[in-house]
Design a protein around this ligand. Sequence first.
Ligand code: C2O
Length: 596
Amino acid sequence: MASLQFLPLKASHLYANTTTPHNSSTSQFFLNRENRKHVFKKSLACRAAKDNTNDQENANDSFKNVGGKFDRRDILLGLGGLYGTTAVSQAAFASPVDATKCGNADTLPTCTNIKDANCCPPPNPNISDFIFPTNQPLRVRPAAQLADKKYIEKYNKAMQIMRSLPKDHPHSFAQQAAIHCAYCDSAYEMVGFPNVKMDVHFSWLFFPFHRWYLYFYEKILGKLIGDPTFAIPYWNWDSPDGMPIPDMFADRSSPLYDKLRDDNHQPPLKIDLNYSKSNPSPVGNELIEANYRVMYTQMVSSSKTPELFFGGAYRGGEPQVKAAGALENQPHTQLHIWTGDPEQKYGEDMGRFFSAGRDPLFYSHHANVDRMWNIWKTLPGKNRKDIEDPDWLDSAFLFYDENEKLVRVKIRDCVDTKKMGYVYQDVPLPWLGARKPPKKGKGKGLGKKSGVANAAEMPQVFPNANQVFPKVLDGLLKVTIPRPKKSRSQEEKEDEEEILVIDGIEYDGDEYIKFDVFLNDEDEVESGPNNAEFAGSYSNVPSKSNNRVKVSMSLGITELLEDVGADDDDNIVVALVPRTGKGKVTIGGAKIIISS
Ligand code: C2O
C-alpha cells in the first residue's frame, strides 16, 4: 500500500487542465489544432486572476473515472491505478494530448503586465518516451578556461544560430531560457492537483532536472552546427584558474556574452563561493582557501549521505517540503547571486530563477554543478550513491529534443553520464585536501579554555535551542543543542551521519537570504569558511514573490565535530550569523539527529 501513497512527479501530469473552460474530460484530451491554439492563448492570462473553483471542477472532471470526488485519498488511489493496468486511467492520465499545457509562472508579483509570466514551451500533442540515440560519439565537456580558439569559435557559431531562430522555435535561445522559468517558477502543475505547483529546486529533483536540461541544450547546439561531438564547457569555479567568469563569456562581441551581469565581477576577479552581497569578500590566497573550504565542506564533510547531497524527497501530489541539498545551497546559489546584475530590479539575469537561463553562462555554471554529482559518487564513503527510491528514479520531465520532438525523460536514465554520451575533462580537485586539522589545545571543545569539560558545563551563556526558537534572526545567535549520542566508533560514523537540522527557516521568497553556521566557535566575530568551525551556510536564489517560503537545512557534522574537538561532548553550541536579510528570516528550530 505504501507505494500507492506516493507517485513520482511526471511533467506530463503537470500539464494539468487548469486553463480550459469547464467541459467534459474527454473533449479536453482530444482538442483539435485550432482549439489547442485557443487554449494556449487563454493560458497567457495571469494565474492570479484565475478562478480556483473552476480548477477544482476541472479536477473533479479529470477524476470522474477513477476516483469520483476530489479528495486526496481518492486521487492517490486513482493515480495508483495509473501505474497498474486500468485502461481508463491510462487514457485519462497518460494521454499525450493532455500533456500539452502548462500555466503561467509565479514569476513576479503582478504577472498581468509582465511578459515573463509565460514561459511554457510551444504546445505539442505528441509526446514520446525518450530513447537514447544509437551510436552517438562521446562528448567531452571541457573546462571553459582551458578551451582553445577553435572550440570557442564553434560554440560562438552554435550560439549565434540558436539566438537567430524565431522565438517560438523550440530550439531558439529564448525557448531554452524559458525552460528554466517554467520548471523553476511553478508553471507546471500536477494532474489532479491543480494547486500543487512544481519547483525543481530545494529538493532531490535539482540535480537530475538540470542534467537533462543541459543534455538537450547541448544536443541541440551540436545539431545546429552539424557536430554530434559538440559538448558544452563547464565553469570550473572550484579551481583557481577557473574562478573568474571564463573569458569566452566575457567577450563583449561574442553571442555568449550577456550584459545583465555584475559589472564589478568581471574577469580576472575570482568568485567568492561564500559570497553574501553584504560582507566584503576575502582576497588573494585567503579567497582561494575559503573557496576550497566551501568545496570541501559541501562535497566532502557535510554531504556524506544521498539525502544530504541531493536534497529532500519530493513526490507527486505532495506539497513540497523544501530542503535543498548541500551543493545546491552552496555554492550553487552564490554563483547565481554573484553573477547577476545588482542594478536590475530582480538581479537579472543569473540572480533570479525566471531569468537565469537567459545568460549563456548559466549552462556552464550548471555543467560544473552536474560534474560535481559525478565527482561526489567517487569520493570515499559507504553512502555516496544515487538515490534508490523508485519515486525519484521514475520522476519525469518533458523536453524538446534536437529533432524537435517533445520527449518524456526519466531520472533513472540520467544517473550515468556515460550512458548519456558525455564525460567531463579531468582536471585536479585542489579542494580535496582542504580539511582543517583539529585545533591544538582544543581537545575538549568549547569548554577547554575556561577549564570546563564541555559546552553543557559552560556558564549558561547560551540557552538551549528549544527555549530560543522560533526566533527572528536579527543578529548573532548562539544556542546549545544536545547530541543524541557522543563518542561514536569509527564504524558507527561510517554507517550513520550526525546531522544538524535547522528547520522552519521562513522568509519572503522574494528576498535574498544568507546566514552562516558555526559549531563551538569561540570567536566573537565569526569570519567565514576559513574558520575551522564553519559548518555551512544557508542561502537562496530569490524566486516567488508574495510567498512565504519555509525550508529546512541539514548539515552533516560528524567530521567537523572531530575537527573542532567536540566529539566527546554532550552538547554543542551552534552559532547562526545573519549575512544578508538580517531580521527577515525566522528560524523555527534546531536539533541534532543521527541518520544513515
Ligand atoms: Cu535551476 Cu541554478 O538553478
